[in-house]
Write a protein that binds this ligand. Sequence first.
Ligand SMILES: NC(=O)c1ccc[n+]([C@@H]2O[C@H](COP(=O)([O-])OP(=O)(O)OC[C@H]3O[C@@H](n4cnc5c(N)ncnc54)[C@H](OP(=O)(O)O)[C@@H]3O)[C@@H](O)[C@H]2O)c1
Length: 254
Amino acid sequence: MSHPKQVVLITGGSRGLGRAAALALADQGDDVIITYRDQAGAARSVVEAVQAQGGQAASLQLDVADVGSYEAFVTAVRERLQQQWNRTDFDALLNNAGHSLNRPFEQTTEAAFDALMAVHVKGPFFLTQALLPQLRDGGRILNVSSALARFCLPGHTAYGAAKGAVEVMTRYMAKELAPRGLSVNAIAPGATETDFGGGAVRDNPEINAQVAANTALGRAGRPEDLGVVMAQLLSPESRWVTGECIEASGGMMI
Ligand SMILES: NC(=O)c1ccc[n+]([C@@H]2O[C@H](COP(=O)([O-])OP(=O)(O)OC[C@H]3O[C@@H](n4cnc5c(N)ncnc54)[C@H](OP(=O)(O)O)[C@@H]3O)[C@@H](O)[C@H]2O)c1
């Protein structure tokens, strides 16, 4: 590790990219607090995996769509920091939790649209706001966009719009939070083999082959491809990068 140990808070750290980020951070010597929505067992196994790598970890339940629960969540974070790390602040935040929506424009209901915006846009906006007093000056925020905000695949109008909003929000947050020395960036993963979207990219050979054929490096992304980039962007070494969206897609649709 080339920087002092950090405590990084990851939403949606129980599976997929959040889990991969937790393991990559542990690999570079950092500690993590991960959140999960339903899968407490999966979250526990991430905590154990980080501990097996010699790091410290904790997991907390959070539904990112439930802004009303944030006050209690922030208290839980503060208590956990105090108990486990003997401090009340943390170093970096990864706003990662999210679900997919693959539905034609004409068939996208208001409820599905609202649920998507609640988790991907309203969540990172108000959760970051609620956690700001606990985030140390000079720390980092990383939001998760998608390559689907750059190119268009039918069925992703609402999802792509939500991720487009994440990228614009990221630039504004970078501007407004800069006086505290915080750097704020987004990462835009390409199609990656996780449970996302019912695990289609990982489990459907046709979709996997289609992704590979449209990716310069010739395969779909794996969670660990993204985890290491996330860990780097959350590190003090990336402090001079701010207001950027970094795509990590193996060159999808270029
Ligand atoms: N995989 C891809 O191809 C891809 C590509 C571009 C961008 N992304 C983005 O990357 C992020 C992570 O995706 P992933 O592939 O890792 O998905 P995943 O494997 O399905 O994992 C989703 C994670 O988010 C949590 N979560 C879902 N909804 C939540 C909510 N309302 N409140 C709190 N936590 C919630 C889940 O918790 P539980 O385990 O408790 O359910 C889980 O930890 C998302 O923002 C997604 O949009 C993914």
